[in-house]
Write a protein that binds this ligand. Sequence first.
Ligand code: RIB
Ligand code: CA
Length: 316
Amino acid sequence: MTQNKKIPIILDGDPGHDDAIAWVFAQGCGLFDILAVTSVGGNQTIEKTSYNSLRVCTLIGLHAPFARGCYHPLNTEQMNAPTVHGESGLDGPALPEPDFAPEPISGIELWARVIRDCPEKVTIVSTGPLTNTAAFLMAHPELKDRIERISLMGGGLLFGNWTPAAEFNILVDPEAAKIVFESGVPILMAGIDVTEKALIKPADFERIRALNNPVSDIVWQWLEFFYQFHKTMGYEGAPMHDPCAVMVLVHPEIFTIRDFYVQIETCGDYCKGATIPDWNGILGFPPNASCLMDLDRETFVDYLIDAIKAFGEVGK
Ligand code: RIB
Ligand code: CA
């Protein structure tokens, strides 16, 4: 791939404030060829995350084909996060109504279409539960080798954020996560080990507000809303979980990354949804995930702000 060639990706998420900001970065940084966008249930119901997906894409001028993803986790009751993202799933500033319609096909059939049509292998960027990714791998095994890698936000090697053992995206659909982590497709895992260090702080909100363009005006208000929940939990800023899964694809040098064989716990009273690394190679299996462990936070925030700034430049 030449130096300045855009990376072909599919964005799959449950917007969700941090999903939305991840998509702002993907569109604003100018380094990606966004082939498709799909929704998944998680932060809110699939109906709400689909509506939010279309509104975010409208806001940022992202008119890649959109389709709704799977309407329910593979084998777990649907769980949502209204305490974090609000009843709409994207509470805060008013957003434009969608200016384009979804494709009349399922999310995984849209993936199949764009992956077949792309001359290069495609990277899947999943920032919600892994239901769509697992369903795609099961429905289209013939296209597995057309996937470059899966860059996902999910999991936590040391702890959880929804239960003591499990991070939200994995816990919503642990069976899907197990299918994905056992698929053999290369995985970049942005777990809360790194994403809880990817804090954007109130002083950064002001830098974004000062950009004074149509997208920055919304992003700083999303951040204010998203921070309210985290402030009550003692965070110094808003954790930018989902943007990590996008930024690592174009700025890997700002992250510390270690390879592990990671197992997904799908049952149990206390550890369902845990992502368990084989720290000492006891099982003897080769690594199945490159796990983000740390980052240069200041540079991360600078890159994020640069991408948001681009929406105020002519032609964005
Ligand atoms: O645990 C954080 C993850 O759960 C993020 O993707 C956030 O958007 C929610 O989906
Ligand atoms: Ca998300």
